[in-house]
Design a protein around this ligand. Structure first.
Ligand SMILES: [Zn+2]
Length: 251
């Protein structure tokens, strides 16, 4: 009897704490509307990306100082810049959404920057592999093509932000897969699979779509993104920058 009471009490506590507490999660909204995070969720959204700004700056600098030549240095700048830029714009956007959410137009601009940064982040993460590994005569064009794709994606965000969500998703997916096909055509692709952070990010997508269902869903998604970026950084550091037998560059 006592056991059953305790269990039902625990259930009530859990449901009221996790699923109905206005402090930790608000009600789910239809997909056409934007979910309104609670104060705690706002803070978690800012912290889970803000914390990575300094480490990504340090990480980019480490790659720069490990550089063997000009190509390495440029790749370190691009990758470090893309990584830091992603965390900075995300933190700025979430801070704006939290503190000046009532200024809809300003918040909208920050949101657009956040979306644009994702395109440049994708281009930046592929750049070291495309620049520091041997590519075929056609595939080498992907080095600059990926930046053109990032610019086209950003222009799309500028003109049609949040209007055709499916098209936007298609843009991210095609930008995420096209360079991967090129990398698979590489003569030597050792380490590329180790950089496969996409498995981690794919796992996190569940949380990206769970606002209002799981408390702190967006902050959890941020952690998946950060973990994916960490794994990818490790692969770039190990296979493209650390001197030794692992390093195979020929351009
Ligand atoms: Zn976010």
């Amino acid at each position: 009897m006592l056991g059953r009471q305790t269990a039902s009490g625990l259930y009530k506590l859990q449901t009221s704490f996790c699923f109905h507490s206005p402090r930790f999660m608000n009600r789910r909204v239809p997909s056409s509307k934007r979910y309104q995070p609670t104060e705690y969720e706002h803070a978690a959204n800012c912290a889970t990306h803000g914390l990575w700004i300094l480490p990504s700056l340090v990480g980019g600098s480490v790659l720069y100082f490990l550089s063997a030549d000009q190509w390495h240095r440029v790749a370190a700048w691009l990758y470090g810049g893309g990584l830091t830029g992603l965390f900075v714009t995300s933190t700025l956007f979430h801070t704006a959404a939290w503190k000046i959410g009532h200024l809809r137009r300003v918040e909208q601009r920050f949101h657009m920057c956040d979306r644009m940064a994702i395109y440049f982040f994708i281009a930046a993460t592929y750049s070291p592999w495309l620049m520091l590994r041997e590519l075929g005569p056609w595939a080498c064009h992907m080095r600059w093509l990926i930046w053109v794709m990032a610019c086209v994606g950003s222009m799309y965000v500028f003109f049609f932000h949040e209007r055709f969500k499916l098209l936007e998703l298609l843009g991210y997916v095609s930008m995420g897969t096209a360079p991967a096909l090129v990398i698979l055509s590489m003569v030597t692709c050792g380490g590329v699979r180790a950089g496969g952070r996409r498995g981690l990010v794919r796992g996190g997508v569940v949380f990206f779509k769970s606002d209002g269902l799981v408390p702190f869903a967006h902050a959890i998604w941020h952690l998946f993104v950060a973990a994916g970026a960490g794994v990818h950084y490790y692969a770039i550091w190990k296979y493209l920058y650390v001197p030794g037998p692992m390093l195979q560059t020929s351009r």
